[in-house]
Design a protein around this ligand. Structure first.
Ligand SMILES: Cc1cc2nc3c(=O)[nH]c(=O)nc-3n(C[C@H](O)[C@H](O)[C@H](O)COP(=O)(O)O)c2cc1C
Length: 390
């Protein structure tokens, strides 16, 4: 079973991820892992922190001579900002610690600050926001890069693009090749396939910068060349649509998820929504009239592209802070401000890719098993043969 954990505070020494259950023999390129980290740092609307950090992964266990060896993989990503926080967040108590802390006493609406301090019984929200921060997603993207490396061996690719920023929406269908081309760009604005719509999106972010506000939006993750039969209809927790939904909503600031064209489907008649089934006798293969279902029916992949969308609320930390309460005096006070992003939809899309890749890699390994890549591949090939002869 492939599973992972992350650890690390936003301004701590580093972020750490451990992965267990990746078969031996999967080719891993550190450059590729770092490229994924770079992609998470891009996009118009990012704040000052991303100028400080140039994320680089160090793989310290489980990969030797550029291949996984079957042992747990451990990845470390250092925080460049740590040098400014050594006295505020020391591991061991230091002299005069109280004066060196950077307390957050005015909880920010929309963050874990208030619920966290009450739950963990802290007098200030620093330790809560250090972990609740989306800096944690850096580690998830590194894990996702390993999952992607595994999926690549089976011909599966996972990418994302942005279809909404604020009220601006890309209204047309998008082809896989367009998303692929977009992912090869060296400069990322808002990661939208349509340059005109992207300019409209930029105007919304400009407006948010000007007014001290923030914006959310929608990203779409597409997994290409996924075989039929990952996930299952047999129990609630083996349904792959549910597992993908959890993975997407677990991303900070994501408040909703759509599998395929869910919203459109809910407002249409059934005759317009279901993907008709056809059979090509020459190719001896089934195909579909459309892909409204997002590649999933009954919690099982159906061989079409898997498509899930994440809906992000606007970033909670505002330069023009919202009303809050001082934790000490209990008097009304404006919420704390900590250097912050204004729009993160493209970055959240990259995190979404990582989460989808992780869930697909888990489902793939559940189905095909194997301690080595060769064994997994053998099982995979045998299954594809069965599908071909169905
Ligand atoms: C890539 C990414 C970057 C983010 N950057 C910030 C940020 O700079 N400031 C902020 O207030 N929230 C930021 N967020 C959102 C918060 O982390 C999130 O809203 C917060 O943890 C509360 O969790 P919730 O919105 O899921 O309830 C970011 C989210 C993502 C996905």
């Amino acid at each position: 079973m492939f599973r992972f954990e992350t650890a690390g505070e936003s301004h701590g020494e580093c972020l750490v991820a451990t992965l267990t259950g990746i078969p031996a023999g999967v080719p891993i390129s550190l450059d590729e892992v770092n490229h994924q980290l770079w992609r998470r740092q891009q996009g118009f609307g990012r704040g000052g922190r991303m100028k400080i950090e140039t994320d680089k992964a160090e793989i310290v266990a489980g990969v030797r001579h550029s291949r996984t060896i079957g042992s747990p993989i451990a990845i470390l990503i250092r925080n460049a900002d740590w040098k400014n926080w050594t006295e505020a967040l020391p591991v061991e108590e230091i002299e005069g610690a109280e004066d060196k802390k950077k307390p957050v006493k005015r909880p920010r609406p929309g963050h874990a600050d208030l619920a966290g301090v009450i739950k963990y019984n802290f007098s200030d929200a620093r330790y809560i926001l250090e972990r609740a921060s989306a800096r944690e997603t850096t580690a998830r993207v590194a894990v996702g890069a390993i999952a992607k490396a595994l999926l690549k061996e089976f011909g599966i690719e996972v990418l994302s693009h942005v279809i909404g920023v604020g009220s601006v929406r890309l209204e047309r269908p998008v082809q896989w090749e367009e998303i692929k081309q977009l992912s090869e760009k060296k400069e990322v604005l808002l990661n939208c396939v349509d340059p005109d719509v992207e300019q409209e999106m930029k105007k919304v972010v400009d407006e948010a910068y000007r007014t001290g506000d923030t914006v959310g939006g929608i990203f779409e993750v597409v997994a290409h060349n996924v075989p039929v039969g990952l996930g299952s209809h047999i129990t609630w927790d083996s349904r792959l649509d549910g597992r993908l939904a959890q993975a997407i909503v677990s991303i900070q600031a994501v408040k909703g998820v759509e599998v395929g064209f869910a919203e459109e489907g809910a407002t249409s008649f059934g005759s317009k929504v279901q993907d008709t089934i056809h059979y090509d006798r020459q190719q001896r293969a089934f195909h579909r009239g459309s892909n409204h279902a997002g590649g999933l029916e009954g919690g099982i992949t159906n061989g079409q592209d898997v498509m899930v969308r994440g809906f992000l609320k606007p970033i909670s930390t505002l330069r023009r802070p919202l009303e809050s309460v001082d934790l000490e005096t209990r008097e009304p006070a404006l919420a704390a401000y900590e250097r912050s992003d204004v729009c993160v939809v493209p970055a959240a899309g990259v995190v979404g890719e990582a989460m989808v890749a992780i869930v697909l890699a888990q489902a793939l390994l559940e189905k095909f098993g194997g301690d080595s890549l060769e064994e997994t591949r053998r099982n995979f090939k045998g299954y594809l043969e069965q599908v071909k002869n169905y």
